[in-house]
Design a protein. Structure first.
Length: 489
């Protein structure tokens, strides 16, 4: 829904007459601001929907008039943040309305002490914590019980907000990048709807009821109906030309996105704002330093964000490009017997994946059979296949991988017939680190709806994103097309 696009600026205050001028100020800046009144009795200020898009959260220091000390006021602010800021909210800056900047240091120290008093499990749940805390004084902008903020003070507030960002170029980069995406999306929409093209309908048959209803419309109504109909024709045409007619029918949303994303990506990549470009250089400064991520868990998280999409974020089907299907032990053994006349998954792993050299002890790792849905990108446009290709492999997991085991797995990756994924970390309660090891020659073809049978003992937890999947498909093509010849030397 378009209502899911939330304001980025949120102001919370116990006095309505204090946050209303701020809302007006942001309106004059050409952006929206959500004002929330602190209500200790009814707790209406704790609705997470008010805060879901927050990037700047302005809060009065003395929200609770019954607070007797700075620490009690700090505690009130933290209790609100814990309640309303969820994991999807992202980074934000907390601005205290106070004329005393030293209160920011007091709040920072209080947050540190508060977090340190928690258990290790609770410390993991600190997504509510602001990325930066600073202060602004209401009096500076003439805000009081009877005030309306003047145009000069609106400009002053705007400059002060920009100064906060200028002093934190890394956050400025994130916020500006988000803004660039929204701006580029608007530009893409305008480019699409500006298409003034004539598309001939192959079918000239008209439904009689439609014809009768159109005869009852006035000229202005006909104009608007034609405009909407033309949009439908443009959307349908570009989607059909990109992915094929049957794909549009089965998944119109994905088809449309595949059609217009190249335009959006180009607009994002080439967006220029000469007045506000310097912060990129100021935000990315450590690329010349020799840095290294130390812990396996952090490496796995980094790789997962880059290359895996999780099922909790989207509906992943077994036929989706890059879907990874985990097979149960019983189901996989049936598959081994039917396809290869091999008794167990371990036997297949031993024989086909060459783990005897280098020696990898199975008691130090867990293995689980997987199938990865592969295929060329142009398959979208055809959609004629009754059978879909899958590569057979294994998910190799451990609570932690020793450096020697990682080294041995990387030796396997050097074999032409094998492909090893980067290390991933899956937050599924087990803190599981895993690789995917695939045998490039072990390809099977399954019916398109093979995994739609819910009775099959399978799990589809993630999908390989396009960049890594394209790398896998390239390796498969190279292995399949390798050429050898005999000669004397």
């Amino acid at each position: 829904m378009i209502t899911n696009i939330p304001p980025r600026f949120i102001v919370i205050d116990d006095k309505k007459e204090h946050f209303e001028p701020i809302i007006e100020a942001f309106k004059e800046m050409g952006t929206s601001c959500n004002g929330v009144q602190y209500d200790e009795e009814n707790r209406t200020h704790l609705n997470p929907l008010y805060y879901k898009g927050v990037r700047f959260l302005f809060t009065d220091l003395h929200l609770n008039p019954t607070g007797s000390s700075d620490n009690s006021h700090y505690g009130t602010i933290i209790s609100i943040l814990e309640e309303v800021i969820n994991k999807e909210s992202g980074p934000y800056i907390l601005v205290l309305w106070t004329a005393y900047p030293d209160k920011c240091r007091g709040l920072k120290n209080y947050i540190e002490e508060y977090i340190n008093s928690k258990s290790s499990e609770e410390i993991e749940k600190t997504h509510w914590r602001p990325m930066h805390i600073t202060s602004l004084a209401k009096e500076k902008y003439g805000i009081n019980e009877n005030s309306k903020i003047s145009s000069d003070n609106i400009k002053l507030l705007q400059n002060d907000i920009q100064n906060i960002l200028d002093n934190i170029p890394q956050l400025n980069l994130l916020f500006q990048w988000e803004s660039d995406i929204i701006t580029s999306a608007s530009k893409t929409i305008n480019e699409i709807i500006s298409l003034n093209i004539e598309i001939k309908e192959e079918s000239t048959s008209i439904n009689q009821s439609d014809s009768h209803s159109k005869s009852l419309l006035g000229n202005s109504d006909i104009f608007y109906e034609k405009s909407i109909s033309k949009l439908d024709t443009i959307f349908s045409h570009i989607a059909k030309k990109t992915v094929g007619e049957t794909h549009v029918s089965s998944d119109p949303k994905k088809s449309f996105n595949l059609s217009v994303l190249p335009i959006l990506f180009d607009n994002i990549l080439n967006a220029k704002n000469n007045e506000n470009e310097k912060f990129w250089e100021e935000a990315i400064t450590r690329h010349t330093r020799k840095t290294k991520i130390i812990h396996n868990k952090d490496i796995g998280k980094f790789n997962r964000i880059l290359h895996l999409s999780l099922s909790k974020n989207e509906l992943i089907r077994g036929a989706d490009w890059g879907a990874v299907i985990e097979l149960s032990e019983t189901y996989s053994e049936e598959l081994c017997k039917n396809l290869f006349q091999i008794e167990t998954i371990t036997d297949l792993f031993d024989r086909e994946f060459n783990i005897s050299e280098p020696k990898i002890k199975l008691d130090s790792i867990k293995i689980k059979p997987i199938l990865v849905r592969i295929g060329a990108a142009c398959d979208y446009a055809q959609n004629k296949e009754l059978l879909i290709p899958y590569i057979i492999g294994y998910k190799i997991s451990s609570n932690d991988f020793s450096s020697s085991t990682k080294e041995k797995l990387n030796k396997l990756n050097k074999e032409q017939s094998l492909w090893l994924s980067p290390l991933f970390y899956q937050e599924n309660g087990n803190e599981e680190l895993f690789y995917m090891l695939l045998k490039l020659s072990l390809k099977i073809m399954l019916k398109k709806d093979f995994f739609e049978d819910k009775s099959k003992d399978i799990t589809i937890s993630y999908r390989i994103r396009e960049q890594l999947l394209t790398h896998l498909i390239h390796n498969i093509a190279n292995y399949s097309s390798r050429v050898g010849f005999n000669h004397l030397s």
